[in-house]
Ligand binder design. Structure first.
Ligand code: SF4
Ligand code: FES
Length: 360
């Protein structure tokens, strides 16, 4: 059997614990309780296996990865294993001393997310008070520690008009890069979709602001932006293609081709407690299912983009087309594209109550 190339990167969802409750959180609706999280030694073992497999990067995420007291130990283990280490954090609990310890442990990069530049709106989206000021303080400490910083802005209908202010916030914070990402409709974002999805005109206006800023700020800050699937004509290569570049390990040790893969009901996932990562990646049932192009239906099978976007997102195909093995409805060639467009038309004109992420 020929094995696939090793993954480029692994995403560690260290925990589902988080001080925020964002209404668009991509974590599953049933969050893993702390008692079921992998131990320090189990995460360290996963890191060493990834090194042996030829992985280059590890992203520490969550929930809030800083909720794990052993974060420094895990960063140090990854650093000593020659892995590039990135921390994806809300920043609200990160104080100067901890950031210095993480830098000392060999952390290479931090991605700090903001909900909004309007404090009241930021609080409303995250379900907590005063998060933005704490994020600004964390950004200062990150830069003082000499760590490169990317600011992640998650765009939805309540903040889409403030894209320019978000770019200014990232500049002020000393970020080298800003990722302007529209909400992805998985996890908690699905029940909140009508309240979160911005209308097409607002997305177009934001796009013009971003294009202008890209020109103006060339060489000062890199601006990444992806059009939301609901207004696209072709899908993105979700996760760079299923089982091609990334693996995700969830807090309990299940190994997933993408963070939302557990929404696909008939997939069986292996766990790092029971099987080694090389064999999970090479032969695991969940990774094999949609790897490559052999599984593809028409129109993907005879499409010239099939090795560009790999048929798009399996989880979105399931959600919208009712079949994880269908063409992603974000593609205009998909028979279910009209369903996605119809959903895009269903946005709340008045602010509606948000369902917040919580342990249920
Ligand atoms: Fe991509 Fe399939 Fe659409 Fe072609 S038909 S663009 S491969 S999703
Ligand atoms: Fe699962 Fe796109 S989120 S394949």
């Amino acid at each position: 059997m020929t094995h696939p190339a090793p993954p480029l990167a692994a995403l560690f969802e260290l925990t589902h614990r988080c001080p925020l409750q964002c209404a668009y959180c991509s974590n599953p609706l049933a969050l893993t309780p702390p008692a079921q999280e992998l131990t320090t030694a189990q995460w360290q073992d996963a890191i060493r296996q990834l090194q042996a497999l030829g992985v280059l990067q590890v992203h520490f995420s969550g929930g809030e990865p800083a909720a794990r007291n052993d974060l420094e130990t895990l960063v140090e283990t990854a650093h000593r294993s020659d892995l590039y280490t990135n921390l994806i954090t809300s920043g609200v609990t990160l104080k100067e001393a901890r950031i210095d310890r993480l830098a000392g442990a060999g952390l290479d990069h931090i991605q700090l997310s903001i909900q909004d530049t309007d404090e009241a709106q930021a609080d409303a989206m995250a379900g907590v008070k005063g998060a933005l000021a704490r994020k600004a303080a964390a950004a200062r400490a990150i830069r003082a520690a000499g760590l490169p910083l990317t600011v992640n802005c998650v765009i939805q209908r309540r903040n889409v008009a403030r894209v320019a202010a978000m770019i200014d916030w990232a500049l002020e914070a000393g970020a080298r890069r800003i990722e302007i990402a529209h909400v992805q409709y998985y996890g908690w974002a699905i029940p909140n979709r009508a309240a979160l999805l911005p209308p097409r005109e607002a997305v177009d206006r934001a796009l013009a602001v971003i294009e202008d800023a890209r020109e103006r700020l060339k060489g000062i800050i890199a601006i990444d932006h992806v059009i939301p699937d609901y207004y696209a004509a072709r899908p993105k290569a979700c996760m760079g293609g299923w089982g091609r570049q990334f693996l995700v390990i969830d807090p309990a040790g299940d190994v997933l081709p993408c963070h939302a893969a557990k929404t696909i009901p008939d997939l069986r996932f292996d766990n790092v407690r029971q099987r080694d990562l090389a064999s999970i990646w090479n032969e695991g049932e969940a990774f094999q299912r949609f790897r490559g192009t052999a599984w593809m239906p028409q129109p993907c099978r005879s499409c010239e983009r099939k090795e560009v976007d790999w048929g798009g997102c399996r989880c979105q195909a399931l959600k919208i087309a009712g079949n994880a093995a269908a063409t992603d409805p974000a593609c205009a060639l998909s028979p279910a594209h009209a369903r996605l467009q119809a959903l895009a038309g269903v946005t709340d004109l008045a602010p509606s109550p948000l369902l917040y992420r919580r342990y249920i």
